[in-house]
Ligand binder design. Structure first.
Ligand SMILES: Nc1ncnc2c1ncn2[C@@H]1O[C@H](COP(=O)(O)OP(=O)(O)OP(=O)(O)O)[C@@H](O)[C@H]1O
Length: 565
C-alpha cells in the first residue's frame, strides 16, 4: 500500500480532488442512514410509531435523497483525480523510461512494456477512481452501523461481529495462495502479448517459409497456459472472497440465537429487535461487498506495484560532469549480457579525438556491443571507459548526447513527414540545408519528385520507403546533426557500392576533424581509417592502421584477401 501513496504523493492537485471525492462518497453512503439513525433515536428513547413519526421519517428520507444526489458528485472528483494522477504518472514513467540504461529497457519483453502502459495503468486508475472510494465508504458505513447496533443492544452487536476475526484470519491465509496467482496471471498476460506481437510481426517471414505453425503452436499453447492461470486466479480469488464472506455471514445466525435468548429474558422488545435485525442485514450486506472488493483490490494493487518498481530502477544521470575532450579511453573494459560469459573482455585502447576509428571483426565478435558502450547505452561490467577524463556514465546524458550521435544498425524513423524526420537532427534547419543533406545521400531528386516533397508522410518507421532509402534518410539526418562525435553501426549495409562510396564521402566531409567511430563489415570502407580495432570473440585481436594490420594480423590479412574487389 505504501507504494500506492508514494506513486501519487507529489501530485497535490490530484490528491486534493481524490480526498474531496472520497469524502463526498462517504457522505453519499451515510445519507442512506439518515432514516435509520432517526429510527434508532426514536427506539432508543422508547418512541412510539405515531403519525408524527411517519411524517418525520418521510422527511428524513427525502432529505437523504437530496443529500445523496448532491454527494454523488464525489465519483466525478474521483474520476478526475484518478485521471490526473494516472496521467502524471504515465508522463513521469515515460520520462523515466528514456533514462533507463539500455540493458534494463531491453530486459523486458515488448509485451511487458505494452501491458504496463495500457492494462496496468488502467488498473492503477481504477484503484483511485473506484476501489479506494468504495472500500472507504463501506468501512465507514460498517463502523457507523456497528455503533448504532452497540447503542441499541451491545450483546446483539457482539453476536453479529463474533465470526469476523475468524473471517479476517481466513482471508489472510487464503491471500497467501491468492497473491502468487496474481503475479503469475500478470506474467502470462505479458508473455501472451509478446508472443502475439512476435507472431504478427513475423507472419510474412513464416508464410514465405510455409511454417506459420512454428509460432502459432506455441502461441496456442500459451493461450491455454493463460486460460489455466486465469482460472487459477479466479478460483483462488473466488475462495479468498467467498469463504471469509460465508464465515462472516454466520453473524446473522448468532444474531438470531442471541436475540431469541434476549427476548426470552425480557431484555429485548420487538421494536428494537426488528430495527437491530435491519441493521444486522445492512452489516451482512457490507461484509459481502467488502469480501468481493478486497481480493479484486489486491489484484489491482499488483499493477500499482509494477509501476512503482519502474520508478525504483536505476537511471542514467542527466546532468553530469560534462565532456572535457573527445578522446575515448578504454581501460580493461569488459561487458557481459548474461552475467555468465563476457561479450567483451578486457579491452584497453584509445580512440583519438578528431580521428576516424573503425571497429571490425567477424560476426558476433562484439562490435555493436562496443559501440553501445561508447554511446553510453550500457556501462562496462568491469573496467572503465572514459570520454575525455570522465567515465561515460558520469558525463550526464544531456551533455553526452549534445556532442555524440549514434546511428544504429536498425534505422529508426517515425511516422510523420520527411521534413519532421529530418528536423529531429536540427529543428532550425532551412529547406536549403535539408535538400543539401538529401543531395549528399542521393535522395534529393526522389524527394523533389514526390507529390508532397518534404511534406510526404513516410508511414510507421518509414514503411513507405525502401530499406536503402531509409538508411540514406537516416544518414541525411546525421549529416544535419554535425555532432562532435559520430558513432556509426554499419550505416551503409543496404546500399550498393557506388551509393555507399558517395554517402561515406559526404559523411567524412561533414565530419572532418570530428571523432568518427564506425563499425564496418566491408573492409574497403575503413582502409582510410586512422585506427582500426579488430575484435575477435570479444577480445581486441589487433589495433593499427590498414597497413599496420596487414603486417601484424593474420586474421586481418585473411579478411582483407577474402573481401570482394
Ligand atoms: N541483448 C543481448 N543479450 C544476450 N546476448 C547478446 C545480446 N546482444 C548481443 N548479444 C550477444 O553478444 C555477442 C556480440 O553481439 P554484437 O551484436 O555486439 O556482435 P557484432 O560483432 O556486432 O555482430 P554482427 O557483426 O553480426 O552485427 C553475440 O554473441 C550476441 O549473441
Amino acid at each position: 500500500m505504501s507504494y500506492l501513496y508514494k506513486l501519487i504523493k507529489n501530485n497535490h492537485s490530484a490528491n486534493r480532488l481524490l480526498l474531496l471525492g472520497w469524502l463526498l462518497r462517504v457522505l453519499e453512503e451515510l445519507a442512506d442512514l439518515f432514516p435509520l439513525i432517526m429510527l434508532a433515536w426514536i427506539i432508543g428513547y422508547g418512541g412510539e410509531f405515531s403519525p408524527r413519526f411517519f411524517v418525520l421519517l418521510c422527511g428524513f428520507s427525502v432529505l437523504a435523497l437530496i443529500f445523496k444526489f448532491a454527494f454523488a458528485q464525489g465519483s466525478y472528483f474521483n474520476f478526475i483525480g484518478a485521471y490526473q494522477a494516472t496521467n502524471q504518472l504515465r508522463t513521469t514513467l515515460l520520462d523515466r523510461l528514456r533514462r533507463l540504461p539500455l540493458n534494463l529497457l531491453l530486459g523486458k519483453r515488448s509485451g511487458q512494456w505494452q501491458r504496463l502502459f495500457t492494462t496496468q495503468f488502467k488498473q492503477f486508475e481504477e484503484v483511485f477512481s473506484h476501489f479506494i472510494a468504495d472500500i472507504i465508504a463501506q468501512l465507514v458505513l460498517f463502523f457507523v452501523l456497528v455503533a448504532i447496533l452497540i447503542y441499541l443492544q451491545p450483546m446483539l452487536a457482539l453476536a453479529t461481529l463474533l465470526p469476523l476475526p475468524i473471517a479476517w484470519l481466513c482471508y489472510r491465509i487464503l491471500a497467501v495462495y491468492f497473491t502468487p496467482t496474481i503475479a503469475m496471471e500478470n506474467q502470462e498476460q505479458a508473455s501472451t502479448s509478446s508472443q502475439l506481437f512476435e507472431y504478427l510481426q513475423g507472419l510474412t517471414t513464416l508464410k514465405s517459409y510455409a511454417v506459420t505453425d512454428l509460432l502459432l503452436k506455441p502461441l496456442v499453447t500459451q493461450l491455454q497456459v493463460l486460460r489455466r492461470s486465469g482460472l487459477k486466479l479466479e478460483k483462488s480469488g473466488g475462495m479468498a472472497s467467498q469463504i471469509p464472506n460465508l464465515i462472516g455471514q454466520i453473524g446473522s445466525v448468532s444474531f438470531l440465537v442471541m436475540s431469541s435468548w434476549l427476548i426470552t429474558k425480557g431484555v429485548l422488545n420487538t421494536h428494537t429487535w426488528m430495527f437491530s435485525a435491519l441493521i444486522m442485514l445492512y452489516i451482512m450486506q457490507i461484509q459481502h461487498t467488502l469480501s468481493m472488493l478486497l481480493p479484486e483490490f489486491k489484484a489491482l494493487l499488483s499493477s500499482a506495484k509494477a509501476l512503482y518498481e519502474i520508478q525504483t530502477l536505476p537511471s542514467q544521470m542527466i546532468e553530469g560532469q560534462g565532456i572535457t575532450h573527445n578522446t575515448f579511453t578504454l581501460t580493461h573494459a569488459s561487458f557481459t549480457h548474461d552475467f555468465e560469459t563476457d561479450t567483451l573482455c578486457d579491452l584497453s585502447a584509445t580512440i583519438d579525438a578528431g580521428k576516424f576509428c573503425a571497429i571490425i571483426g567477424p560476426s558476433g565478435s562484439g562490435k555493436s556491443t562496443l559501440l553501445n558502450l561508447l554511446a553510453g547505452f550500457q556501462s562496462p561490467s568491469s573496467g572503465r571507459i572514459t570520454l575525455g577524463d570522465v567515465a561515460i556514465e558520469d558525463i550526464g546524458t544531456r551533455n553526452l548526447y549534445q556532442s555524440l550521435l549514434h546511428v544504429g544498425q536498425q534505422v529508426q524513423l517515425f511516422s510523420g513527414t520527411l521534413r519532421e524526420n529530418l528536423l529531429i537532427a536540427d529543428n532550425q534547419a532551412t529547406d536549403e540545408m535539408l535538400f543539401l543533406a538529401l543531395e549528399s545521400v542521393g535522395l534529393c531528386q526522389l524527394v523533389k519528385n514526390l507529390p508532397l516533397g518534404l511534406e510526404q508522410p513516410i508511414g510507421e518507421n518509414g514503411m513507405y520507403l525502401s530499406g536503402g532509402e531509409k538508411q540514406r534518410l537516416s544518414i541525411a539526418r546525421a549529416l544535419l546533426r554535425r555532432a562532435d562525435i559520430l558513432l556509426l553501426d554499419e550505416p551503409t549495409s543496404a546500399l550498393d557500392s557506388d551509393t555507399q562510396a558517395k554517402v561515406l564521402e559526404s559523411l567524412h566531409q561533414v565530419y572532418k576533424n570530428k571523432t568518427i567511430v564506425m563499425v564496418a563489415h566491408r573492409l574497403e570502407t575503413v582502409v582510410q581509417a586512422d585506427k582500426i580495432i579488430l575484435l575477435e570473440n570479444g577480445h581486441i585481436s589487433a589495433i593499427g592502421s590498414h597497413q599496420e594490420l596487414l603486417k601484424c594480423s593474420h586474421l586481418y590479412c585473411t579478411m582483407w584477401q577474402s573481401a570482394p574487389e
